[in-house]
Design a protein around this ligand. Structure first.
Ligand code: 5GP
Length: 195
């Protein structure tokens, strides 16, 4: 099993980088996480997340269904489903499973999987730049933006524990750097480059 773990403070541009990474490198597939938060407009169950009630999440937790899970924001749980990761890893055309998870989840996955996991931290150029992006995106309330910025400070402090830190100052450069890391990881895992 090969795992690529992408982590970034909310608003650092991870989603855009991830989308371009998937388009450029063959054989990568996202694992869909479970969460207890409400869907945003246009988010779909089973595509963006498996949206679970707190009770349903707890039941799956008790059943040992999560590879890792975190209370990312107060009262908001997120978790990687073992079944989902294993299902994807078994697919013929898949070379690595991609996880988009928070810093604690990422570092837990690294502890569990070692060399089979490559953890990439996407950093914004600065916290000010991050605040600007979050305001411009407009998908969160002011209070949520403040919470996310507080959390971003903690997240940035963990960056040195990741296998690589990619600063998203120039988007094209950040994508190129991410692609290079992923190709090198796949090669180190004996995966032929089909692209
Ligand atoms: P959002 O609510 O913006 O979709 O995600 C909030 C945060 O939760 C992001 O940092 C995202 O990476 C993280 N997250 C999403 N899924 C998981 C998961 O399965 N496990 C963990 N630990 N974090 C997750």
């Amino acid at each position: 099993m090969n795992l690529i773990v992408l982590t970034a403070p909310s608003g650092a541009g991870k989603t855009t980088i991830a989308r371009r990474l998937m388009a450029e490198v063959e054989g990568l597939r996202f694992s869909v996480s479970a969460t207890t938060r409400d869907p945003r407009p246009a988010e779909r169950h089973g595509v963006d997340y498996f949206f679970l009630s707190p009770d349903a999440f707890r039941e799956r937790l008790d059943a040992g269904d999560f590879l890792e899970h975190e209370e990312v924001y107060p009262g908001r749980f997120y978790g990687t489903l073992r079944q989902e990761v294993e299902r994807i890893a078994r697919m013929d055309d898949v070379r690595a499973v991609v996880l988009d998870i928070d810093v604690k989840g990422a570092l837990n996955v690294k502890r569990l999987y070692g060399d089979a996991a490559r953890t990439l931290f996407i950093a914004p150029p600065s916290l000010t730049a991050l605040a600007d992006r979050l305001h411009a995106r407009g998908t969160e309330t002011e209070k949520q933006v403040t919470t996310r910025l507080e959390r971003a400070k903690m997240e940035m402090a963990t960056a040195p524990e990741f296998d690589a830190v990619i600063v998203n100052d120039d988007l094209d450069a950040a994508v190129a750097e991410t692609v290079a890391h992923v190709r090198e990881f796949l090669e180190s895992r004996g995966m032929r480059d089909e692209a």
